[in-house]
Ligand binder design. Structure first.
Ligand SMILES: [Zn+2]
Length: 365
């Protein structure tokens, strides 16, 4: 068995040429000491001595490196997995090969060497961008505007990977670097209130108690017609615009005291009377729910409250019919603790007019 492998090695070596042919075999068989080499336990031939086994190993490695040199792999190291062993033995002098010869002979005979190849590998991973939201007072409420498009970032992971005969055996992360930071997607959330009318009204106070209803009433011994509703409000209570619109009046107005009128986009008007302080001026637009004033007790009143009117096509209507319903509304018809003296004389009960002239109302107040 051993002999046949050695013969393969011998077949390729220059010692075969006649002028360098060794002496007759009879004289040399078993006559020299050498090193019998085994690869993975299998006898493969003779080297001169044990140090040549190291040379053989290096030769195999170099062959592998040469083979890999054309690839794009980033080689860290190549090591033999095949086991090279051996022992001292005698053989014919011509059977002793150099490390290179033995390697060539081994490969030529179909022998295989198992290697581990360690390489550097890198992998790119995306870093997903995040979306951040910023409030923006220059955009209307409910709108979203993308200010900055997001962009994914990248990170590069480097590994040292070892393959044994092509099969991955180990993978070690050696670095993880952010090579490109992601860019946040920035979305602006509009906070600007639209001053357009919604067509629906809100109550002009945050807490509502009706102290005097719209319509006919008997106040201080006189019959009258109340053009709006009176809402309980200590002086200084915030007064809100019932809907978006344009301020058309903001000044003293006789028995109304300080009065604000807002014209809404459908032509309706709302009145806010007896104010102590006004914070909007004629011509400005207001949004629904904007604080326009502080309530008070200016004009003809029995006490501080907010007088609120709704006018359609110039005529007053009962605002309660156009406002969110109030649960457990308490209306005191007997005492009128905080009411207007507006229009207390002209209109008798049960005569509910369809329209009222504002100027007349003012004269009578
Ligand atoms: Zn009133």
């Amino acid at each position: 068995m051993i002999f046949s492998i050695v013969l393969i090695g011998c077949a390729e070596v220059p010692e075969q040429s006649p002028e360098e042919a060794p002496p007759a075999s009879d004289e040399t068989v078993g006559s020299v000491s050498a090193w019998l080499v085994r690869i993975d336990g299998k006898e493969v031939g003779y080297l001169k001595d044990e140090p040549d086994v190291t040379a053989l190993s290096e030769h195999f490695k170099q062959k592998k490196l040469d083979e890999l040199s054309g690839s794009t792999l980033e080689i860290v190291r190549v090591s033999l997995e095949s086991e090279l062993s051996g022992e001292a033995a005698n053989c014919r002098a011509e059977d002793i090969l150099s490390a290179e010869q033995l390697a060539e002979s081994y490969y030529a005979g179909g022998g295989r060497i198992s290697f581990s190849v360690t390489v550097n590998e890198s992998e790119t991973k995306y870093i997903s961008f995040e979306t951040v939201y910023h409030n923006s007072s220059s955009h209307y409420e409910g709108t979203k505007v993308v200010k900055t498009e997001g962009k994914n970032g990248e990170r590069t992971l480097k590994y040292e990977v070892t393959y044994t005969d092509g099969e991955e055996r180990s993978r070690e992360l050696i670095s993880d670097t952010v090579t490109q930071k992601p860019i946040d997607r920035v979305v602006l959330l509009g906070t600007k209130k639209s001053t357009a009318s919604s067509g629906n009204y809100r109550w002009p106070l945050s807490s509502v108690t009706v102290t005097s209803s719209y319509g006919n009433r008997y106040l201080n011994g006189k019959h009258g017609f109340h053009l709006g509703v009176d809402l309980r409000a200590a002086s200084g209570t915030s007064v809100y615009a019932a809907d978006g619109g344009k301020v058309t009046f903001a000044a003293w107005n006789g028995s109304y005291g300080y009065l604000i009128k807002i014209r809404h986009d459908n032509g309706d008007e709302t009145y806010y009377a007896h104010l102590s302080k006004m914070s909007v001026s004629v011509g400005s637009r207001v949004y629904k729910g904007q604080i326009i004033a502080k309530s008070g007790a200016t004009g003809n009143v029995t006490g501080p409250h907010l007088h609120f009117e709704l006018r359609k096509s110039g005529s007053t209507v009962n605002p309660v019919n156009y406002l969110p319903s109030l649960k457990n509304v308490t209306v005191s018809y007997s005492a009128y603790p905080d009411s207007c003296f507006l229009n207390t004389t002209a209109y008798l009960s049960h005569s509910v007019p369809q329209a009222f002239s504002y100027s007349r109302r003012e004269r009578e107040a």
